[in-house]
Design a binder for this molecule. Structure first.
Ligand code: IVH
Length: 667
């Protein structure tokens, strides 16, 4: 058994460690541990201080919120402290919180809960006087924040003036400033292009964007503000509860995230489970938990506050999406098109609800950019359904080993090439078993030929037994071939053969996508198949491909390289001989579809829909979506910061509309 630690020593060590992390997080904006790891340290300290009240001190990090105030912006003293929320991490803890709430309820009354997302951004307090925006302050240490009035003026959805009558003379609204993933990605692409280190996550990027001396930079960053609470205002006098407050804020012109109401803790848990499993990954911004608030102001008053947080609200955290771990080794995986990807083998770590031991490093430029070496401790992130990735090195190891690109393909020992202008290093042998496997897996995947039963392990067996070398070989498979394989009993073999046969009817777009041609995704395959039939594809020049709307030179080159090559023509002809119809796709749209005959172009930053969603809506209603404006365009729908396409539409006299006007057109 390990020696029992002296609590005083442990408490002091924890305090020093937490304070150092606070400084890195709040002041230097460069954390070296994941949030969940920080929470574990803090929870341990809270527990020790609870068990040993004689060791509590007023300057302990458990008694303070956030970091110190940075000196570069003027300090603003908050009219009421900006508190934080207590965290719960599992059903037991949220139920224990609920028990404490119920104990404080008047007899016979049960509270209603309002459920909001816990946005992972920056807390900010906005003050309005007589309905006009006058000031914005960051949270700072909870008592005093920084004056960011000029910068917040340029946060797109912050109203300069409030709507409605009977506005209180002074009104302080609090909320979270966030950056959508889409905008975060664009900013980081620009940072990389300019040779600057990219931001670690959207929250850090939002913080950096807000604390700019030049507010014009803030403007370009597309930050957004969502209301979640209030400071110097007493809506309790006029409204019944928090949900009415949010509704009121919305009427005043603020953006408010959708919320839900729950009547019992069971409903809270149900909602949490559903959102954690299927909701979080779909959101366009980062969230790290569900916030559960007692709705009624009367009930809130009975519950009151502790020194740090309200008793009437709590955060129910989603499983951590970030963690730190050590890189034990780096292996190389060979993809469908031969690209060799370095993959870090890390000490297994629990993150985002799963144990992670492999993390992609994307390519060798990324390895160099991160400066990662074998032995280093790294911060990893698992965002939604995406493969976990390394965000940064948090601790360099002594004697760490460099990651060296392989000289030979790790699977077939064939030559390795690096294409000029491309970051990828790849295996140049199209018969490399790794490439053959990945190509077949892709061919059979749901969005491609959708051959159920031809998953990774079936492909693996077919390739290693040399029964299949390419997609056309699949159609030569016999029942006996399959029965000779492990795990293939009668019924399973018959099912797979039936699935393979059924795939012969797939339309041309699916086939083009399934072939796994470089740079050709589902959408491009669809666009190409709508314009060119199979014979036209086989004859097309690079210029013919470029003439297809939305097809640029790189894609045109890749399509041409495939369809004009001997290997490509040969594969297509064998697929044809096997009876694949490869017919032009036809969208089945109900007669009289509202958008039939119309072409829409979306441009600028949309807020209600992602571009893909908006385009899908148009297609589902019988219309077409295009990436470029021409005289044939029916409508150009523009969001914030629309540029050349909107200009072109005006020049050509094409009708334009805002995103909300478009929304109104929808049935
Ligand atoms: S309520 C008195 N609601 O999380 C508590 N906070 O530790 C007032 N946050 O810094 C905050 N989403 O900025 C509330 N839906 C939400 C939130 C939220 C994010 C932030 C908040 C605070 C931290 C709480």
């Amino acid at each position: 058994m390990p020696a029992k630690k002296n609590p005083k020593v442990e408490i002091e060590a924890l305090r020093a460690e937490i304070m150092a992390h606070n400084k890195r997080y709040y002041e230097l904006e460069s954390p070296t541990i994941a949030d969940a790891e920080y929470d574990t340290l803090l929870s341990r300290l809270i527990k020790l201080e609870k068990d040993h009240p004689e060791l509590r001190t007023a300057d302990s990090p458990t008694q303070k919120v956030g970091g110190a105030v940075s000196s570069s912006f003027a300090p603003v003293k908050h009219a009421r402290p900006m508190l934080s929320l207590d965290n719960t991490y599992n059903e037991e803890e949220i139920r224990a919180w609920n028990d404490r709430v119920l104990k404080n309820m008047p007899s016979g009354q049960t509270p209603s809960y309002i459920l909001e997302q816990k946005l992972d951004g920056l807390s900010c307090a906005l003050t309005y006087e007589n309905g006009r925006y006058v000031r914005a302050a960051t949270r700072g240490d909870g008592e005093t924040g920084e004056d960011v009035t000029e910068n917040v003026r340029f946060v797109g959805n912050v109203p300069p003036e409030l709507r409605g009558k009977n506005l209180p003379q002074t009104l302080e609204i609090r909320g979270e400033i966030v950056l959508f993933f889409e905008d975060f990605k664009k900013i980081n692409d620009e940072e990389k292009e300019a040779g600057r280190p990219p931001f670690v996550n959207p929250r850090n990027c939002a913080a950096g964007s807000l604390r700019q001396k030049d507010a014009q930079i803030t403007k370009r960053r597309h930050l957004k503000f969502f209301v979640h609470s209030y400071g110097d205002w007493r809506p309790e006098h006029e409204l019944a509860g928090h949900s009415s407050f949010l509704d009121r804020a919305k009427l005043m012109g603020f953006s408010v995230e959708p919320y839900e109401l729950a009547r019992s803790i069971d409903q809270v848990v149900e909602h949490y489970n559903r959102f954690r499993d299927t909701g979080v990954a779909k959101l366009p911004y980062a969230v790290d938990g569900l916030v559960v608030k007692v709705d009624s102001f009367a009930h809130q008053r009975r519950l009151g506050f502790t020194a740090k947080s309200p008793r009437w609200a709590v955060a129910f955290k989603y499983p951590a999406q970030q963690a730190t771990s050590v890189v034990n080794d780096v292996e190389f995986s060979v993809g469908r098109t031969g690209t060799i990807t370095p993959v870090a083998k890390i000490e297994p770590v629990f993150c985002g609800g799963v144990t992670i031991s492999n993390v992609t490093l994307h390519n060798f430029d990324e390895v160099a950019r991160l400066g990662v070496r074998i032995g280093d401790r790294v911060l990893i992130e698992r965002a939604g359904e995406v493969i976990p990735k390394v965000i940064k090195v948090v601790e360099k190891a002594r004697g760490a080993k460099d990651v060296v690109p392989p000289k030979k393909c790790p699977v077939c020992a064939g030559p390795v090439l690096k294409e000029e202008d491309l970051v990828a290093v790849f295996c140049d042998n199209p018969s490399c078993p790794a490439q053959v496997r990945r190509t077949l897996e892709h061919y059979a995947s749901r969005a491609a030929m959708d051959i159920v039963g031809l998953g990774d392990s079936a492909v693996d067996q077919l390739v290693s037994k040399k029964l299949v070398k390419d997609a056309a070989d699949l159609y030569d498979l016999k029942r006996e071939d399959l029965l000779g394989l492990e795990l293939f009993k009668d019924k399973k073999a018959d099912n797979l053969l039936a699935q393979i046969a059924a795939s012969k009817a797939k339309t041309l777009d699916r086939v083009i996508y399934a072939l796994g041609i470089r740079h050709i995704g589902e959408k491009t395959a669809e666009t190409v198949a709508e314009r060119l039939d199979l014979d036209a594809l086989l004859r097309a020049t690079e210029a013919d491909f470029q003439a297809v709307p939305d097809i640029g030179p790189v894609v045109a080159k890749s399509l041409h390289a495939f369809f004009s090559s001997f290997a490509g023509k040969n594969l297509i002809s064998r697929l044809r001989d096997h009876g694949l119809t490869m017919a032009k796709p036809e969208r089945v749209i109900a007669a009289g579809a509202p958008f039939s005959g119309m072409t829409f172009v979306f441009t600028g930053a949309l807020t209600t829909f992602t571009r893909e969603e908006a385009e899908e809506k148009v297609k589902s209603l019988g219309g077409k979506a295009s990436g470029s404006v021409s005289a044939k365009t029916t409508y150009v729908v523009y969001g914030e910061d629309a540029g050349s396409k909107l200009k072109k539409a005006k020049e050509l006299g094409v009708k334009t509309m805002t995103e909300s006007e478009f929304e109104k057109m929808l049935p």
